[in-house]
Design a protein around this ligand. Structure first.
Ligand code: BES
Ligand code: ZN
Ligand code: MN
Length: 518
């Protein structure tokens, strides 16, 4: 357990909340420990389970316990579409659940993950499940097991650490029923699915944590606490060190806050690494907009999630060692909040970022790109084969692509493609936007080398053009998760609230990373 954030006024507020709620302490990654306790087995049907699901395509042969035919099932409204379930109580445990998987010929990993999520939702009162996975043809047994485990565990996630008790029953055991010859691959896939889910859950917990609980120093402490046990070297840079290093972007955004900034560097270095990937994450613990304070609307109310990029990196990197990643990966988390105050940066201020470029602050609410600039320069100085950044960067990306698709923009087709294939594997959708240099002039400043704001249109693109200035021409792709970091509805394996988008994508990307060819 970690102690509550301890500093300044925030400490008093949190202490008051604790007294009021009776919460003694708060662990920013509670669900990870919970999910470590999940037992996943592969084998025969077991009488231990409370609910036994069977993934079924329309017209496929039915489990023996089903005493009616397809005609009766259709008459009852069950057509085995993805997301459909039918509970069939039995004289003895377990209760049978038919879980629609859609037509066998269309079956893919995304549909299996969705179907498994529907199963977990239909059985919400039980933590003790079993699911039979048919031979899936187009999907290998390992991938089928992986995505089914992801669907079940991620659909059951709730951020209830600050509630009196759990709001859904946590999964304690999941038995996957497959034919014997598929069991080795199923076990392997299930283990990966559990690890991937843990990463997403950690990212969700971090992003869902209220800003007074998860401050910049606190997320750094989380990295220090968990990193070494997970094969990572962690370096934390405080305000004095950031001043020393000339990180004026992060320091400038932090100027309005009573909470100090932190840059967290995470280093994963396997023996004989195959390539070196650097990840840069936006870690705005809370984005009030700075002096350009945001209106008190529903979007503003989600701004505790403005560190979702940093959370995705910390969560993903936490699992690289356990998954045997062969690439070296360096991560930078750029952490501060963005608050208005008498010491905050003003419109028109000029910041000098790492490396010396000056930036006119045309809008204090375009803060993400300011903190990212320092890290991109550091990454380029250190040298790396490619840079991926991930950030809740622009409302414009959310306008363009909605809440289910993230934007990807970059200067290198191979890196874009690696992001796209990782996204396809994890069901975290991305769509490429153009790095359109004809808009670059919008960032010209009269007083500084560049300004942090483009014109009224194509905001996701001008933000990316700003970032590109700092990558020194290295292969780079930027993922804008402003829309996908938050789910307003309850859909499939994405409960409402922070989604943890990107954690699994970054793992998949790192596992399959190949150095871009010149
Ligand atoms: N964190 C926001 C982006 C954001 C907006 C994320 C909505 C999720 C939902 C970012 O720092 C921001 O405020 N961007 C401004 C930029 C503008 C001032 C150029 C925006 O998008 O409005
Ligand atoms: Zn922001
Ligand atoms: Mn902002």
């Amino acid at each position: 357990m970690f102690a509550i954030a301890q500093s300044g006024l925030i400490r008093e507020v949190v202490a008051a909340m604790q007294a009021f709620t009776g919460l003694g302490s708060f662990d920013p990654v509670p669900s990870v420990e919970q999910s470590k306790a999940v037992s996943i087995t592969v084998g025969r049907k077991s009488p231990e389970a409370e609910f036994s699901g069977a993934l079924i395509s329309p017209g496929a042969s039915l489990p023996d316990e089903v005493l009616v035919d397809w005609e009766s099932l259709s008459a009852a409204g069950f057509a085995a579409g993805v997301g459909q379930t039918l509970i069939l109580p039995q004289a003895e445990r377990p209760t049978l659940v038919l879980v629609g998987a859609g037509p066998g010929s269309d079956l893919d990993a995304d549909k299996l993950r969705d179907a498994a999520a529907a199963f977990a939702r239909a059985t919400e009162s039980s933590g003790n499940l079993e699911l039979a996975i048919p031979d899936t043809g187009g999907v290998t047994p390992a991938v089928a097991a992986q995505v089914v485990v992801e669907g079940v565990l991620l659909a059951r996630y709730r951020f209830d650490a600050l509630k009196e008790g759990p709001t859904v029953t946590p999964i304690t055991s999941l038995n996957l029923v497959v034919e014997g010859r598929r069991s080795a691959a199923t076990k392997r896939g299930a283990a990966k699915g559990k690890t991937m889910s843990e990463a997403t859950q950690m990212a969700r917990d971090l992003a869902n944590s209220p800003p007074a609980y998860l401050t910049a120093s606190r997320i750094a402490q989380v990295a220090v606490d968990i990193g070494p046990g997970r094969g990572l070297t962690i370096e934390v840079f405080d305000k004095d060190q950031l001043v020393e290093m000339g990180c004026g972007g992060l320091l400038g955004v932090n100027a309005g806050s009573s909470e100090p900034p932190r840059m967290v560097k995470l280093i994963y270095k396997p023996a004989k690494p195959r390539g070196h990937l650097t990840l840069v994450g936006k870690g705005i613990m809370y984005d009030a907009g700075g002096i350009a304070v945001k209106p008190g609307d529903a979007v503003h109310a989600t701004m505790k999630n403005d560190m979702s990029g940093a959370a995705a990196i910390l969560a993903a990197m936490s699992e690289l060692a356990s998954l045997g990643c062969r690439a070296a990966v360096t991560g930078y988390l750029m952490c501060t909040d963005n608050l208005p105050s008498g010491t905050a940066i003003a419109m028109g201020d000029v910041l000098k970022v790492r490396g010396g470029k000056t930036v006119e602050v045309a809008n204090t609410d375009a803060e993400g790109r300011l903190v990212m600039a320092d890290a991109l320069v550091l990454a380029a100085e250190e040298g790396t084969d490619a840079i991926i950044d991930i950030a809740t960067l622009t409302g414009a990306a959310m306008r363009a692509l909605g809440t289910q698709v993230a934007g990807v923009i970059g200067n290198n087709a191979q890196m874009i493609e690696q992001v796209e294939s990782a996204a396809a594997a994890t069901g975290e959708s991305v769509w490429e936007l153009p790095l359109e240099h004809r808009y670059r002039g919008e960032l010209n400043s009269d007083v500084a080398d560049i300004k942090n704001l483009g014109g009224p249109n194509a905001g996701a693109i001008t933000a990316a053009l700003f970032l590109e200035e700092f990558v020194a021409g290295l292969p780079w792709a930027h993922i804008d998760i402003a829309g996908t970091a938050q789910n307003d509805r309850d859909t499939s394996w994405r409960p409402p609230g922070c989604t943890g988008f990107g954690a699994r994508l970054l793992i998949e990307l790192a596992l399959n990373f190949s150095r871009p060819r010149a």
